[in-house]
Design a protein around this ligand. Structure first.
Ligand code: SF4
Ligand code: MG
Length: 325
């Protein structure tokens, strides 16, 4: 299938501290050399704990934050090199959904105006066509037409996330970046929103970058998964392969935290000691070594590279660990 988005060596450095005094400055590599491809109608899950750089990565793709290095190719064009007019046109094809739908919906606008705004901004069709598109996305996300005259605070969290999804859909984008879209919702409502996203993937061929902090959420909707730690991808594989054959100790610990429905199948929960180190002062060598139960002296000295794992030579399975490459 057609490649919708290709990201090559994307890096984002933040300069922290006093910009006049060089010695007080520090460079934080929030996103470090990340690459992937997404095909039409496919979903890439990006998973990691808070502070791993996954939200920064999502925002860099849309250039809501300027990347420091790398390429982001959509329709053969590099987003990093686009001018303002090209960027505006590109944003019609790529939309974002945020974790907190309430914070991202203007409290003084009715649902109708919230959905109408992007259509006006991009001058889509006639007035009648705009109204028709609004009615159609309301149906897709399962909201009644009466909801159009109401305000965001009148809705529950799950309904607000449907409104956020409707707003992202109204421009008929090719790709949606969903930044923890269900983390703030109750478990039962999470399932409904995930089903809606799965449905959009299948029936409309929309591609998703789905950002999440645990592997359970993305398990049933992703085609590929990238696991991030301190700004870097430590493991990346087709979803089925990653869940069946996790190779990186970090992925293994994230997976062991997912409850197994079958109680006779007992698997050990791997408790991760300590917190994520500061990205300002990452450990030498392998950045995961301060929490890795297999860490050796070699891990402190030599940084592992992301490379194809030897256990599944027929899969696009990449891992960054001295134990498995
Ligand atoms: Fe653990 Fe070493 Fe592998 Fe890093 S390289 S994950 S410290 S075993
Ligand atoms: Mg985040």
């Amino acid at each position: 299938d057609e490649v919708i988005l290709e990201v090559n060596h994307l890096t984002k450095n933040f300069i922290i501290g006093n910009s006049f005094l060089k010695r007080n400055r520090a460079v934080c590599k929030a996103v470090n050399n990340v690459s992937f491809k997404i095909r039409k109608g496919q979903t890439l899950g990006i998973v990691g704990e808070s502070g791993c750089g996954k939200s920064t990565l999502g925002r860099c793709i849309l250039r809501l934050i300027e990347p420091s290095e790398g390429e982001i190719i959509i329709d053969g064009k590099n987003i990093v090199e686009m001018n303002d007019a090209e960027l505006k046109a590109m944003r019609k094809d790529m939309q974002i959904i945020f974790q907190d739908p309430f914070a991202s919906l203007s409290p003084r606008m009715t649902i109708h105006d919230i959905l109408r705004e992007p259509l006006d901004t991009h001058k889509v069709g006639t007035v009648a066509e705009r109204e028709q598109k609004i009615a159609s996305v309301m149906k897709i996300v399962g909201l009644r037409p009466e909801a159009l005259n109401r305000y965001p605070h009148e809705f529950s969290g799950g309904q607000r996330q449907r409104i956020g999804i409707a707003r992202a859909l109204v421009l008929e984008p090719k790709l949606i970046i969903a930044d923890e879209p269900v983390s703030a919702l109750d478990v039962s409502v999470q399932a409904q929103v995930l089903n809606l996203i799965a449905d959009l993937q299948e029936t409309r061929g929309i591609s998703f970058v789905f950002i999440a902090h645990d592997l359970a959420v993305v398990q049933h909707i992703c085609d590929d998964v990238a696991v991030m730690y301190l700004g870097q991808v430590v493991e990346q594989a087709p979803a089925e392969e990653l869940y069946r054959n996790p190779q990186h100790p970090y992925t293994q610990s994230l997976l062991s935290a997912i409850p197994v429905p079958d109680p006779t199948h007992h698997s050990e929960t791997i408790i991760l000691e300590g917190d994520v180190p500061s990205p300002l002062n990452p450990p030498s060598g392998c950045t995961f070594r301060t929490r890795c139960r297999y860490a050796t002296e070699h891990c402190a000295q030599v940084k592992p590279q992301l490379q194809q794992t030897i256990t599944s030579p027929d899969q696009e399975h990449f891992v960054s660990c001295h134990l498995v490459s």
